[in-house]
Design a protein around this ligand. Structure first.
Ligand code: F6P
Ligand code: MG
Length: 443
């Protein structure tokens, strides 16, 4: 575990009035209430599928979740996990680690502990509520919301798939400058796609309604750190160095299902079709996570939906993408580390296999706000601290964060930049209006 001493303090609910405080006080209980409602609403379905056993399991899961909500709202100590899922021991070791941190905040609890820890812990307990209660143990309580986000973003998905299929028609004739422009566009679509997450809106709808390509130009000023040129240089140079033996590999550490995920797939397809990369590896979540994060089931479901869509270009995308998976030029991975509470500076120690795998990549693209928090440790950094420093020795390969700001931590800004926006827009760090495309060369 990285030494906590030289680092700034963790964001936490103990800072009254902070975004972490409001999240723990208001948004997390709202999410739990929605989860409980979802289970209630599916009672008949559980009965039809599993008979009385299904209904009993639903009741047990609800009582487990109500207890969890009560523990959270009354700032009870965080308790060890009692299930026997494969990651339980790691979670319990992490609790011990938190107990032994000598920051004088006493027994780890919902409001006193680091926000990142307790928020992750809530999702892990939601998972336990289901996983421990067969026969409804495979029920994803967030599935409905993720599917709804996808369907409500239909027009944006069509606009993006159509644009992309038109682009593919003459991609071979594009010169470097034009390829660069297209890459920048699709990076921005994927960046702003990150506005559409459901934990941010406490599970209420948050879909992409307008055409995703329309106002990119106008949104450039909202990209606070824009390292797209660096990404371009890295990819073009990797391509030039590329020989038969060394494939260019890009990894996308996914965030939300729904429109954001489609925008990531389009970007991935572009990287292959333009020959900027030879293989793309996707990293999803192995359990339902932060309401809208992409699991393997969401991954496959989305591609199937596109394939069978009534729209020619949507289904063309779906068919091609299924083909990429079959050919092995797209690979889906999940690893339990992504749903542990650790920030990424602990990866080399806690999940050396994953770290070693990421080291094989030419470029890691980290999508979204939670990944940014885990990259930078979810701490009260000064805005001007270099990104490289905040990564705190997490340097498996060159990496880039594509993140809209939805939590109050940000690094790598120019002197005065943060203060200037703060003066006119106090909510700038949590509104999702601003974004970063922030690169680190891992040198
Ligand atoms: O609950 C808050 C939060 O962790 C925010 O930081 C962020 O808005 C959201 O959940 C997750 O965002 P993303 O899907 O972009 O990782
Ligand atoms: Mg998310």
């Amino acid at each position: 575990m990285a030494a906590a001493t030289a680092l700034p303090v963790s964001l936490s609910g103990r800072f009254k009035g902070s975004f972490a405080y409001f999240t723990i006080k208001d948004r997390l209980p709202q999410i739990l209430t929605r989860v409980i409602d979802t289970l209630h609403r599916h009672k008949n379905e559980f009965f039809e599928e599993h008979g009385e056993k299904g209904v009993e399991a639903e009741k047990r899961a609800i009582s487990f979740l109500s207890k969890l909500r009560n523990e959270l709202q009354t700032d009870k100590p965080v308790t060890p996990l009692e299930d026997e899922l494969p990651d339980a021991a790691l979670w319990n070791q992490y609790l011990d680690y938190q107990r032994n941190l000598s920051n004088g905040n006493g027994e780890p609890s919902w409001f006193q502990s680091p926000w990142l820890y307790v928020e992750c812990y809530m999702y892990r307990r939601i998972h336990a509520a289901l996983a421990q209660n067969p026969p409804i143990d495979n029920f994803d309580v967030f599935k409905e919301g993720k599917a709804q986000n996808f369907f409500e973003s239909q027009e944006a998905v069509i606009a993006l798939c159509t644009y992309f299929q038109e682009l593919l028609k003459n991609i071979k004739d594009l010169d470097e400058k034009q390829l660069q422009e297209e890459l920048f566009k699709l990076l921005q679509v994927s960046l702003w796609g990150n506005k559409c997450d459901l934990s941010f809106s406490a599970g209420e709808g948050s879909s992409q309604k307008s055409s995703p390509l329309q106002s990119l130009e106008n949104m450039i000023p909202y990209i606070l750190v824009n390292d797209m040129e660096k990404l371009w240089s890295l990819l073009v140079n990797a391509k030039k160095r590329n020989t038969e033996k060394s494939n260019v590999r890009v990894d996308i550490i996914l965030d939300n299902a729904g429109f954001e995920f489609v925008s990531d797939l389009v970007l991935a397809d572009f990287l292959l079709s333009s020959k900027l990369a030879d293989e793309v590896h996707f990293h999803g979540k192995s359990i339902p996570w932060y309401v809208s994060d992409t699991t393997k089931d969401d991954f496959n479901w989305t591609i199937k939906q596109l394939q069978s869509a009534n729209h020619m270009w949507m289904s063309r995308c779906g068919i091609n993408w299924e083909g990429n998976l079959k050919k092995g030029v797209w690979v889906y991975h999940d690893h339990m580390f992504w749903t542990l509470p650790h920030d990424f500076s602990s990866m080399a120690e806690v999940a050396p296999d994953l770290y070693a795998d990421l080291q094989k990549s030419n470029l890691l693209l980290f999508k979204g706000d939670l990944n940014y928090r885990k990259l930078t440790g979810d701490r009260k950094w000064e805005y001007t601290i270099p990104f490289h420093q905040a990564l705190n020795k997490f340097h498996p390969a060159p990496l880039c964060s594509l993140r809209t700001l939805k939590s109050d931590t940000q690094v790598g800004l120019k002197p005065g930049q943060g203060e200037q926006i703060q003066a006119s827009e106090p909510e700038w760090m949590v509104s999702g209006k601003y974004g970063v495309v922030q690169f680190d060369a891992a040198l």
